[in-house]
Design a binder for this molecule. Structure first.
Ligand SMILES: C[S@@+](CC[C@H](N)C(=O)[O-])C[C@H]1O[C@@H](n2cnc3c(N)ncnc32)[C@H](O)[C@@H]1O
Length: 262
């Protein structure tokens, strides 16, 4: 089954959602954990629309560099536009499983909401270990999709929608195994943080409201869900008023490169 595609339309939807205050707050926390310092060379794996890349570039300044790696040309075009005035940002087209960089090229690597789409996560983390300098650090954030609470009237229809949505990625529960995978890849996990998204009222400018269309487009035709099923599911959530409730958990791990790469 095809994973979520980040073509022109998909990338634009993600960009809109990633500009909401929910995701702005998430990026602030990731930056707090990453602690990009002036002069550092930092890689963002799966840099997407480039919001985090731009913030990293502003933190490291012209004495450093912020490099984004991304397989989607549509995403890279957005990141390019977002960072056009920052000469020390570089963007490459490529895959997390085979980083196109020499060993010991970066002081830090960050990757948010990416490894859940990657087939060989251990191999991809070994790649991160390879391109990090001794003592370098990695910050990884992913979602556990079992953590979603969403107030839908028809719970059976909602269960089908969410089951179909799980097919948009490779591992819907990656945070459970990430610390162990990091250790096996030659890292020591030094910090773990829960970063929840909480939308207690319906508001267009939130992560959950913005994600309804992305989920709807993906699940239509899967698990027997018709256009009508999906339209009703979306209309129900949008009409909950004061009964609206959404929450989801993201998990962020900070790890340092220890000893020799495996
Ligand atoms: C949900 S978006 C997150 C984008 C960005 N990291 C952020 O948090 O704003 C997932 C991104 O991962 C990228 N991606 C998917 N599979 C990948 C892979 N195998 N290697 C690198 N990036 C990948 C997608 O193209 C997309 O840009």
């Amino acid at each position: 089954m095809a994973l979520l595609q980040f073509g022109d339309e998909g990338a634009r939807r993600i960009e809109r959602v990633y500009a909401t205050p929910d995701v702005v707050r998430q990026r602030e926390q990731v930056l707090e954990l990453l602690q990009p310092a002036v002069g550092e060379e930092i890689l963002d794996v799966g840099s997407g629309p480039g919001f985090l890349l731009r913030s990293i570039a502003e933190a490291v300044g012209p004495a450093g560099s912020a490099r984004g790696l991304e397989p989607s040309a549509a995403m890279n075009a957005m990141a390019q536009a977002r960072c056009a005035d920052v000469a020390w940002v570089g963007l490459d087209e490529g895959n997390a499983e085979a980083l196109p960089y020499s060993a010991a090229s970066f002081d830090a690597v960050v990757s948010t909401q990416v490894y859940e789409y990657v087939a060989d996560v251990l191999g991809a983390l070994v790649e991160v270990r390879r391109v990090l300098r001794p003592g370098g650090r990695v910050v990884v954030l992913d979602t556990d999709w079992d953590s979603v609470v969403w107030h839908a009237t028809d719970r059976e229809r909602h269960r089908r929608v969410m089951a179909a949505w799980e097919e948009h990625l490779v591992d819907a529960r990656l945070p459970r195994t990430l610390p162990g995978l990091l250790e096996r890849a030659g890292f020591r996990v030094v910090e773990r943080r829960l970063i929840p998204v909480f939308n207690p009222v319906y508001d267009e400018d939130t992560y959950s409201a913005g994600t309804i269309d992305t989920i709807g487009a993906f699940v239509t035709g899967r698990h027997g869900l018709t256009d009508d099923d999906v339209a009703r599911w979306a209309a129900d959530l949008r009409s909950r008023g004061t009964d609206y409730l959404f929450s989801l958990n993201r998990y962020c791990f900070v790890a340092t490169a220890t000893g020799e790469p495996p």
